[in-house]
Write a protein that binds this ligand. Structure first.
Ligand code: GLN
Length: 494
């Protein structure tokens, strides 16, 4: 049962070949027996899941249930879930039971989707390895001495190990795509504003975007519509109709006219800057082979340049910390979350609550961000970074005049060993060298498995123009029709 795709599972639910209670219990049992080593879940919501599954079965019995009704998925622990701990991977929120649901959580619930539990993550989504979680690191199911990537490493490991058919995740600088790459699954970060951020704990509000992880592009396409759409509760959500994300899945529909190959007419740009010095040569080989595969499918490829790519990591590591220093000031020990013992006065309460409950990486970013925003340095750092951001965005606008999609590696190398980048924050920051620019520009990006190096998965990144998610999913699906990387499972979790 755990090897079935979302597409297969929803079909069986609709035809009543399996009930939601059976399916949900199956995955809960699998999590209980298999997640001990991986640590991909922070909270498993068994009772609530079974209650939701029963309600889903009742709707299915009536015959007009929504397409996803009864499907169990997991939510990253950054999304507020009413009555359930929502920790964001931090000691600060270890005791926080959310009084409300994030918009995406309630949207799925309205469709009858069942929540299995909340997945582990880097503290406040800051990290690329899951090593900053208060609940301990998540292990990569392909190699348990290695990281699963981050910050959505729990969601990625859970999907890769078949503990959940799909999971929600969030991406501020690469946190959906990089862990999807390192765990050999498919992940998509939609266009900024496509999916509501209401109830998603804020890290860097101008970059944060909720998205999905599943094993293949078709499954992501089936799930994406239900989480997307305008939300009056999120002032940055965009009032645009939601696309049918499955519309380009069938062969031929993506190509222009009646042509022999499924990707005929699709123009793909390969950015020179994404094959830079730091790229692992074996990773590069897999990515180059994948590009050839796209050509075989009928796409035309050409070299393009995104000249300001080099500014993206420095700009991000000013903008994201600046926004996080403001967003995280709400955690003050007063209203909710961690409070220190016996505070002497108000200053002591703020100071000790925050120093005792935030981890080192979160503190580092709050310090950097507060510094970059301070009166004397604002122009030199924050304003400058915003200018760089605009140049990065304009590179993409120019590139998309000539191409439909941009393709390159998702991350510079496969999963690395625990502790190997811990001492050097900048080495860790470079993990997102190919993913961050997309967030700065607000564009959609995805990662699909495209090979292996030393038995560990490699991800191919597909970047699309604003609101081009359906096209990206169509191209990814065609690639997955011609390859089997997305079907491979880690040996011990087959
Ligand atoms: N790794 C990046 C960071 O630490 C991105 C994290 C994310 O996308 N949430 O900021």
């Amino acid at each position: 049962m755990h090897n079935q795709t979302v597409a297969q599972l929803v079909e069986q639910l609709q035809s009543k070949a399996v009930s939601s209670v059976e399916l949900t219990q199956y995955f809960i049992d699998r999590i209980k027996s298999r997640d001990g080593e991986l640590n991909s879940f922070i909270t498993v919501t068994e009772e609530q899941a079974i209650a939701q599954a029963k309600a889903a079965d009742a709707r299915l019995a009536q015959g007009d249930a929504p397409a996803l009704c009864g499907l169990p998925i997991a939510h990253k622990d950054i999304f507020c879930t009413e009555g359930v701990r929502t920790s964001c991977g931090s000691k600060m929120l270890d005791n926080f039971i959310s009084p409300y649901d994030a918009t995406i959580v309630s949207k799925y619930q309205q469709q009858g989707v069942v929540c299995l539990g909340k997945t582990n993550m880097d503290e406040f989504a800051m990290g690329s390895s899951n090593e900053t979680s208060y609940y301990g690191p998540v292990k990569n199911p392909w190699a348990t001495n290695c990281v699963p990537g981050g910050s959505s490493g729990g969601s990625a490991a859970a999907v890769a190990a078949r503990l959940a058919p799909a999971a929600t995740a969030s991406d501020t600088g690469g946190s959906i795509r990089q862990p999807a790459a390192l765990c050999g699954i498919t992940g998509l970060k939609p266009t900024y504003g496509r999916v509501s951020r209401y109830g998603m704990i804020a890290f860097a509000s101008s970059l944060d975007q909720a998205g999905l992880m599943a094993r293949n592009a078709e499954d992501v396409a089936l799930l994406l519509g239900s989480m997307s759409g305008f939300d009056p509760k999120d002032a940055t959500s965009i009032d645009e109709p939601v696309d049918d994300y499955t519309r380009f899945l069938n062969a031929g529909t993506l190509s222009s006219g009646n042509t022999a190959k499924p990707l005929n007419g699709v123009r793909i740009g390969i950015p020179d800057e994404y094959f830079s010095e730091g790229l692992n040569p074996d990773t590069e080989k897999c990515v180059r082979e994948a590009i050839e595969q796209f050509e075989k499918l009928g796409a035309t490829t050409k070299a393009i340049t995104l000249p300001h790519t080099g500014l993206s990591v420095p700009a991000y590591y000013v903008i994201a910390p600046a926004e996080c220093s403001a967003n995280l000031s709400r955690f003050d020990g007063v209203r909710y979350g961690y409070r220190c013992e016996n505070p002497q006065d108000l200053d002591d309460l703020y100071c000790r609550s925050r120093s005792e409950a935030f981890g080192d990486e979160v503190k580092r970013r709050i310090l950097v961000g507060a510094y970059a925003l301070s009166a004397g340095y604002y122009d030199a750092y924050f304003a400058k970074a915003q200018k760089a951001r605009r140049l990065i965005q304009q590179d993409f606008v120019a590139a998309f005049n000539d191409v439909d999609l941009i393709i390159g590696p998702t991350s510079p190398s496969p999963a690395f060993e625990f502790g190997s980048k811990g001492a050097d924050p900048v080495a860790m920051y470079l993990e997102d060298i190919y993913t961050i620019a997309t967030n700065l520009a607000g564009l959609p990006g995805m990662s699909v498995p495209c090979g292996k190096v030393d038995g560990k998965p490699v991800g191919l990144q597909i970047i699309g123009n604003y609101f081009a998610e359906a096209k990206m999913l169509g191209a990814a699906h065609q690639f997955q029709q011609a390859t089997d990387f997305h079907q491979q499972a880690p040996a011990t979790y087959e």
